[in-house]
Design a protein around this ligand. Structure first.
Ligand SMILES: C[S@@+](CC[C@H](N)C(=O)[O-])C[C@H]1O[C@@H](n2cnc3c(N)ncnc32)[C@H](O)[C@@H]1O
Length: 350
């Protein structure tokens, strides 16, 4: 068992490979990453099998940008008859598990396996519990079975507190019919990912103030209003009339890159499609000048060397904050609702 399987968005395998190799180097883990284009997964092979455990213990999962989920384990081929018995035999070498998720890859082939996985899950749980391999315990690893086909499966596990919050790293969010745009799901997912649920009442609180740069037609503003915040929406384009009727939104037709708030606000969010370096320079000013405490911004990625570009951007911002004696937490993630972009959360700590 020397393989780390990482799920990612199809088309971003090179970025996930570059990132996991970089993290392995930093932790002195010897190995290599490999992938196939558009497969939606990457494998990292550890030269020393014992290092795999070290890797998933030491690397905080939520600091990875491109991988959506990970599991340590091995690929196995199952014969069509009695897959459960074969899995039980393989699992003899695994520790007892505290939970089970059946996962597929985020590809069309993967999606076609969802009915099979749903049907297979219940009898599998029954047998795993009977054999003592599965006990409800949040402190034991989660068994993660990733089905590539009905026969080929990655039998892996991960710490429940250091892996994806949702199966395959995909949150189940329902598009609210009243929201002005589908983009609304991006900011909702960002909050679920970046802000612990128990902190929502203090960090996404009633009567807080927010500025939404590039707000029209208002999908992000809609989420802020739903949290009972007062929002200044900056965009030359029109906002959804129903949102304006809430009385919680002030619409200003201005350039988001030159706009300065009269008073500091709790949140700045920005969904303007721009060169990432320009967006980074702008958000860095907002945080350094104290115009906002927290920010969520989208970075449109270039076509090549996307991991390297993200690293450069975040290092440049961090250097700027250090030069100004400011502490800022920066976390980036390619969210499920992101396409060619990533989402970045910044929180000023002093
Ligand atoms: C992707 S859309 C934003 C969608 C919005 N977040 C939502 O959920 O409905 C980008 C918006 O940025 C606006 N925009 C582009 N350049 C801008 C600028 N320099 N200043 C302000 N808004 C800008 C566009 O008019 C467009 O409405």
């Amino acid at each position: 068992m020397n393989t780390l399987l990482l799920h990612c968005r199809a088309g971003f395998e090179n970025e996930a490979c570059a990132e996991i190799t970089d993290k392995a180097n930093m932790l002195d883990i010897i190995g290599y990453a490999k992938s196939k284009p558009n497969s939606a997964f990457v494998e990292f092979i550890c030269q020393e099998p014992h290092q795999i455990q070290q890797f998933i213990n030491k690397q905080p999962f939520n600091q990875l940008i491109f991988p959506r989920q990970w599991a340590a384990g091995q690929f196995v081929e199952l014969e069509e008859n009695d897959r459960i018995s074969q899995l039980l035999t393989i699992l003899k070498d695994y520790p007892p598990m505290g939970d089970l998720w059946l996962e597929m890859l985020d590809t069309n082939d993967g999606k076609s396996l969802s009915t099979f996985c749903r049907k297979f899950e219940k009898p599998l749980i029954t047998h795993l519990k009977k054999s003592g391999k599965l006990i409800d315990d949040p402190n034991k690893p989660r068994l993660l079975l990733t089905f590539l086909t009905g026969q080929k499966v990655f039998v892996g596990y991960a710490n429940q507190h250091n892996s994806a919050k949702w199966p395959m790293g995909i949150p189940r969010l329902k598009f609210p019919r009243e929201a002005p745009s589908r983009s609304t799901l991006k900011i909702e997912e960002a909050w679920h990912f970046f802000i612990p649920r128990q902190e929502w009442d203090t960090r996404l609180a009633l009567s807080m103030t927010a500025i939404d740069l590039g707000a029209a037609p208002g999908g992000w503003t809609w989420q802020l209003v739903k949290r009972h915040m007062y929002v200044t929406a900056i965009d030359n384009g029109p906002m959804q009339p129903e949102l304006m009727e809430t009385g919680q939104v002030k619409h200003i037709q201005a350039d988001g890159f030159t706009y300065k708030p009269n008073k500091a606000v709790n949140w700045m969010v920005c969904d303007i499609v721009e060169k990432p370096a320009r967006t980074a320079a702008m958000v860095q000013t907002w945080l350094a000048e104290g115009w906002c405490k927290e920010a969520i911004v989208n970075f449109k990625l270039p076509m090549k060397q996307r991991y390297l570009e993200v690293m450069k951007l975040t290092e440049r911002m961090q250097d700027h904050f250090i030069d100004h004696g400011i502490k800022v937490n920066i976390t980036c993630k390619q969210l499920y609702h992101d396409r060619e972009e990533i989402t970045c959360h910044l929180q000023r700590l002093n």
